[in-house]
Design a protein around this ligand. Sequence first.
Ligand code: NAD
Ligand code: UFG
Length: 336
Amino acid sequence: MRILLTGGAGYIGSHTLVELLANKYKVCVVDNLSNSNIEFISRVQNITKKEFKFNLVDICDHNALSKVFESFRPEIVIHFAGSKSVKESFDNPLKYYKNNVFGSINLLNVMDKYSCSKIIFSSSATVYGNPEYLPIDENHKVSPSNPYGHSKLMVEKIIKDWSTTYNNKSCILRYFNPIGAHESGLIGEHSHDHPNNLLPIIENVFIGKENNLKIYGNNYKTPDGSGIRDYIHVVDLAKSHVAGIKFFDGTKSSDVFNIGTGKGNSVFEIVSIYEKVAKKNIPYVVEGRRKGDISESVADPSKARTKLSWKAELTIEDAIKHSVNWKLKNPNGYNN
Ligand code: NAD
Ligand code: UFG
């Protein structure tokens, strides 16, 4: 089976690539390296001892993307490519609508041209907005509170209409909060810009790149006042895509799944686990709430368990242990 990964050089894409190669799929990666580094190729080859194709192509470029389809003829696309910063999406919303929405429409058009009828799409728990109940199941109303979330929801709707109209197959995965790295320490989260997510910032404090962590709010209605999230090991998340591929063998053509653990941890809990695993103090200061943040987000992952036969296996301690290992070996990501 030939699988094309858009954004396969990125954080989640590269871990998924490792799982796909381990499962003997033929893989072609398309990435413009806007938030990744060509170094990922040798790292993935080092882990898997397998070959795969790579094309330096922007998904918004119809002709270049068509050429890749012409030669590789993918049967399934896993679509990771996109911009992902909530903060940046408030500052530059059009970038998000162009890269995420226009880029996806362009991709679907090229898929149609080459009769590729199956897509797995990286969506986000951010589409739910402020939860009305917890844990969040897939029937929860969707109401994103930032341009990034709007762009993800728009693509979900476009993909649903595309699958219904043309009788194509789609598997929409709503990721909760991916953290951690491959246990080898060869691949992990790499960002060209200053990170905004909790774990990459704690990592920078850990190696002394930043003086302290700013904890955004200690007055939420949670047991310790800090925000709670469902942190999932990126390797577990990567494996959900292999389950997504197998889902296409079934009778139901299209569906949406939460990809999370079902357990939440607060910011203070994460800091404390990190300190224990890294055997180092993580200094922090408590600041006001961050714009667009919600108090709590925890997945009900039971639908993925039942219908995809997938569930998260690794613990939060595993994820943090692997995150520490990655950062110690690669203090500047791939730019060492
Ligand atoms: P990432 O930035 O590490 O990976 C995205 C990859 O896409 C990068 O390699 C980047 O160079 C590439 N890319 C971006 N725009 C492109 C374009 N126009 N053409 C070709 N390549 C392009 O991000 P990630 O964390 O691996 O996220 C992957 C997907 O998962 C994204 O769609 C993101 O929105 C979604 N997601 C991520 C999270 C998270 O917290 N990391 C949570 C929910 C959903
Ligand atoms: N936090 C801090 N200090 C920081 C960074 C984060 O206290 O420096 C807190 C946040 O307030 C929140 C928690 O840590 O309570 C997690 O924050 P992240 O930025 O790591 O994650 P979010 O849940 O805000 O958002 C992430 C991605 C989104 C995605 C969402 C759901 O950034 O793109 O998870 O998948 F949509």
